[in-house]
Design a protein around this ligand. Structure first.
Ligand SMILES: Nc1ncnc2c1ncn2[C@@H]1O[C@H](COP(=O)(O)OP(=O)(O)OP(=O)(O)O)[C@@H](O)[C@H]1O
Ligand code: SF4
Ligand SMILES: [Mg+2]
Length: 345
């Protein structure tokens, strides 16, 4: 997916568009796995030349099956995993030139599992206060006040201030994680499946809280989720990942209504799952997720794609970009094709 068919000047516009807050360009991450006396080490391409950006105050949702590279991309955005290649710009400046501490103050995480992401030996006050101490923000009574203020804002009772994580419910723990992320007033929050480990009854409360906080603090969210119902509710922009690559991206309503990429169609066809906690149900596209150590040739989706053509297994599809977004698929790259032409069902 290294060839991009696009309107002239787009790259230049992205570079100068003041509202683009985080811009990932050709971002890749490989892991070396295996390797012993009896087997050779192999390269696993978890994220492969990803181009996505998010504007200030917007929510970019990243969706895709398990193993598609969402968390790896999120970890690179957080600066806790260096890319193998490509670059990220924060407010137009290369992230590689920003020191780790400054980056951590500007981009904060909220992870899926509040059980394992909170230190069990620290109290709520200590957990939320730690980022303030690390960044040297306030001290003494002023710091305590700040902790209490953010606790109140995320809906945590003050009486919990000296509680330990194991004394809290799942929803309360996730509120602590949200408070810890927001107490340093970041610009971007990377939310990696922030509601999927919670009881269904609590999921909506936490989601609504995240929406309220985003509006109140003009936050920018990178929102990683399996749950397309949640994505539909929260996202401004949507990126669909498959085997480490973004196969379709664009404004949420365009991606959800047009469903140009066959994988997006399959994914959206799976929305009506009876139990969202089960993750993605059978996508009705035959054969499971291919072995990422041996990605299929050409378009990685071709063994499962109902619209596959001979070219698909031979040639990697280029990206086609228009006002509705970006789509990597030969249905949009052939002679005489048009991005607005509907795909035959
Ligand atoms: N540290 C690592 N070492 C080796 N392989 C890794 C590492 N981290 C991730 N991977 C592999 O990279 C691929 C992408 O993983 P990732 O966790 O980013 O996917 P995901 O889309 O977040 O999946 P899920 O929806 O299950 O959370 C997977 O094949 C995974 O096994
Ligand atoms: S490039 Fe071919 S195989 Fe890949 S999604 Fe498009 S039609 Fe399907
Ligand atoms: Mg993940």
């Amino acid at each position: 997916m290294n060839q991009i068919i696009e309107l002239p000047g787009r790259a230049e516009r992205a570079a100068t568009d003041a509202s683009v807050l985080l811009d990932c360009r050709n971002l890749s991450r490989t892991f070396i796995v295996g390797g012993s006396l009896f087997s050779k080490a192999k390269e696993l391409r978890a994220v492969d030349r990803v181009n996505v950006s998010v504007r200030r105050g917007e929510v970019l949702a990243i969706v895709g099956e398990s193993g598609s590279g969402k968390t790896t991309l999120g970890r690179m955005m957080l600066g806790i995993l260096p890319p193998t290649s490509g670059e990220m710009l924060l407010d137009g400046k290369p992230v590689s030139g920003i020191d780790r501490k400054t980056l951590a103050r500007r981009i904060q995480p909220i992870f899926q599992d509040p059980y394992s992401s909170l230190n069990p030996r620290k109290t709520v006050a200590q957990i939320i206060g730690l980022p303030l101490a690390v960044h040297g923000i306030e001290a003494g009574a002023a710091r305590d006040r700040r902790v209490e203020e953010i606790m109140e804002r995320v809906g945590l009772s003050r009486r919990l201030i000296h509680s330990y994580p194991n004394q809290l419910s799942g929803g309360q723990r996730q509120r602590v994680a949200i408070a810890r992320a927001l107490v340093v007033q970041p610009e971007i929050v990377v939310c990696d499946e922030p509601t999927s480990a919670l009881d269904v009854s609590v999921q909506a409360q936490i989601l609504n809280l995240l929406v309220d906080l985003r509006n109140e603090f003009n936050l920018t969210y990178i929102f990683i989720s399996h749950d397309l119902g949640v994505v539909e509710y929260i996202a401004d922009q949507l990126a669909v990942m498959y085997m480490g690559q973004v196969v379709e991206a664009g404004p949420r309503h365009e991606v959800l209504e047009q469903r140009r990429h066959p994988y997006t169609q399959a994914l959206l066809g799976s929305v009506l799952t009876p139990d969202p906690s089960l993750g993605l149900p059978d996508l009705q596209i035959g054969r499971g997720f291919p072995d990422i150590m041996h990605p299929p040739s050409g378009c990685h989706f071709h063994p499962r794609c109902p619209s596959a053509m001979p070219v698909c297994s031979a040639v990697e599809p280029p990206a086609f970009r228009d006002s509705a977004g970006l789509v990597h698929c030969h249905l949009f790259s052939g002679e005489g094709s048009s991005a607005t032409r509907p795909i035959a069902q």
